[in-house]
Ligand binder design. Structure first.
Ligand code: ATP
Length: 304
């Protein structure tokens, strides 16, 4: 696995990483999320070796990453690093060769990935003539042409339309199916929730929460949603009504129950007073977990 252990990094007086640790398993899609300035880009640059840490280490299969193994990382930098006046195809062949791929194989890989990413008809165009979304596809192709064994992507989905997101996420899934760990940062939490096997939430340079999204959602206190007729006279004892909203003919209420409370009691009470249209348990989404974690801050590290 790829292990990031106790990384510290300061830029002068600014502490960017403050003991950051996490790991990514082979074949895992790992979502790296956190507020602006939390330290994600810094951590990714250290993994890639373009920036050194003050202390801590990064290992792959138990060995520290060195110059040779770092060539096996497919990286998509936040500040996108393409040559605007070079043709898409030529550029990808060139970048693959820089990673040590033979000229013939580089052409094969360029053809493969431009096709999979739906930009095969743009191979002979200058990068600068492509839309930003298509440039981003080229950037991902650039990370793929060297047949990477690890993928590190800094906000690969920002600014993409839903079709482009689907195309790129399917390509990344293909890599994880081959056993490649894929780590990507994103502020699009619905997307992270949909795509990732595990997620890490970083705050002020430390990992605050790591785990499978479903497990993280289980650890939060659930809410119960009840939808009745708007004129329901039911009264509920021993529970907290957290929201209440009338929509046309219906009344939607959410409840938080104390530990050990039989939530079916809410349903029985409501049904005794009239029709019930919906009663369900609701787990918080990643966005709510994120808000909670970021407002609580570091110092509550937990790993599932
Ligand atoms: N070259 C630099 N010189 C000085 N400070 C820096 C430099 N790069 C980053 N920082 C600071 O380090 C901290 C972490 O920044 P980083 O870019 O790693 O965060 P991030 O999580 O990637 O943020 P974002 O989501 O906004 O991209 C921030 O306080 C940032 O201002």
């Amino acid at each position: 696995m790829l292990a990031i252990e106790d990384l510290y990094k300061s830029y002068g007086p600014v502490t960017a990483l403050d003991g950051l640790s996490f790991h990514v398993n082979p074949g895992e899609m790992f979502g790296f999320v956190g507020s602006n300035g939390a330290g994600k880009t810094t951590a990714m640059r250290i993994i890639l070796g373009v920036l050194s840490s003050d202390s801590g280490r990064v290992t792959w299969k138990g060995q520290p990453l060195d110059h040779r193994t770092r060539r096996e990382i497919g990286y998509m930098p936040e500040e996108r690093g393409l040559y605007p006046r070079m043709k898409v195809g030529d550029q990808l062949v060139y970048l693959a060769q820089l990673h040590g791929v033979s000229p013939a194989q580089a052409v094969t890989d360029m053809e493969l990935w431009t096709e999979k990413l739906g930009i095969e008809h743009r191979r002979n165009d200058l990068v600068q003539t492509l839309s930003l979304g298509n440039q981003q596809r080229v950037q991902l192709a650039a990370a793929l042409v060297s047949d990477p064994q690890i993928m590190v992507l800094d906000e690969p989905f920002s600014g993409l339309d839903p079709v482009a997101v689907d195309v790129m996420s399917e390509v990344l899934r293909e890599k994880t199916r081959q056993g490649v760990p894929v780590i990507f940062s994103s502020h699009q939490l619905d997307l992270v929730e949909r795509l990732c096997d595990r997620v890490g939430i970083v705050s002020a340079g430390s990992m605050v929460t790591v785990g499978a999204i479903d497990d993280l959602r289980q650890t939060e206190t659930p809410e119960y949603v009840l939808v009745t007729r708007a004129d329901s006279q039911a009264t509920f004892e021993g529970v907290t009504i957290s929201t209440e909203e009338t929509r046309g003919e219906t009344l939607i209420r959410t409840f938080v129950t104390p530990p050990g409370y039989d939530e079916q009691q809410i349903l029985r009470t409501a049904m005794a007073a009239g029709p019930v249209y919906e009663f369900s348990r609701r787990r918080p989404h990643l966005e709510e977990l994120f808000r909670h974690v970021v407002s609580t801050g570091p110092g509550t590290e937990k790993e599932n």
